[in-house]
Design a protein around this ligand. Sequence first.
Ligand SMILES: [Zn+2]
Length: 318
Amino acid sequence: MNTKQSFYIGIDLGGTTIKTGICDGDGELLAVYEGPTEADKRAEGVLQNIELYVRELVSRAGCSWEQIAGVGAGIPGFLDFQQGLVKASPNLGWRNVAVKEILEARLGKTVKIDNDANAAALGEVWGGAGAGISNVVCYTLGTGVGGGIIVKNSLCQGFNGMGGEIGHLNVVPDSEAIACGCGKKGCLETVASATGIIYMAKEAVIRGEQTSLAAIREITAKDVLDEAKAGDPAAVQIVDRAAKYLGKSMALLSVVTNPQRFVVGGGVAKAGSYLLDQIDRYFREYALENARENVDIVPAVLGNNAGVVGAAGLHLFG
Ligand SMILES: [Zn+2]
């Protein structure tokens, strides 16, 4: 290994697992190392674990500590990314934790933080499906709908970190709006997240619709997508609704930041082209011609590694 080369460390801090990764300057992931979060040890214990895992990672990757040019962390919750402060993280049970200050003291490196969805989006743009494209919007369709907006190779965080919260784009008309966890209603997340898809499936069963979903005891989003592919009318309608509002949200964003590419990842996106083709159809129906021309919608490619790659990239793009 070239001893003069610089490397970047990314940390993906989750409620149960801390994943760390080391990238070169081109966003290539060279090694990962992970261990338990042990959230019950409170912030101080978790940050100590991070230090242990990062030092182990660097030693396993075979590079020297001096070659580490920076450390980034993707953290679930509400952050003051400029101060490097976690204001509140329900997943971790944290309030007002000065992550940047504590980790910089422990590691002796510059530390940047951002929320986990922004980090995952950045990962796809730096080393994944958006590589080489400077205007991209990434969607993560998981328990919620996360997002990241990259404009001219720079992550759009906004003045207080709410930039890119595309799960809360109000796209569902009031007449059919569902209440969102954020306290509002009609958010994209209520119809396009795994949680939203499961909710709509249960509602269809409760309404007594003729559906194969009624025979499933604990319905998952994957069940709904599988049944839709098999032609179950209720499931088809739920997926169509998710695709419609995803496509509509992309049409809105296409006249805000005019991205060249939309990258779609997360558990729900594992349905592959079945879902993406439907989203694409709605996007083209809603979007202005000049804003949709030469724009594509592609699946994410980094999977669970997007978070560490993006966190590592915070030094270059954040
Ligand atoms: Zn919401």
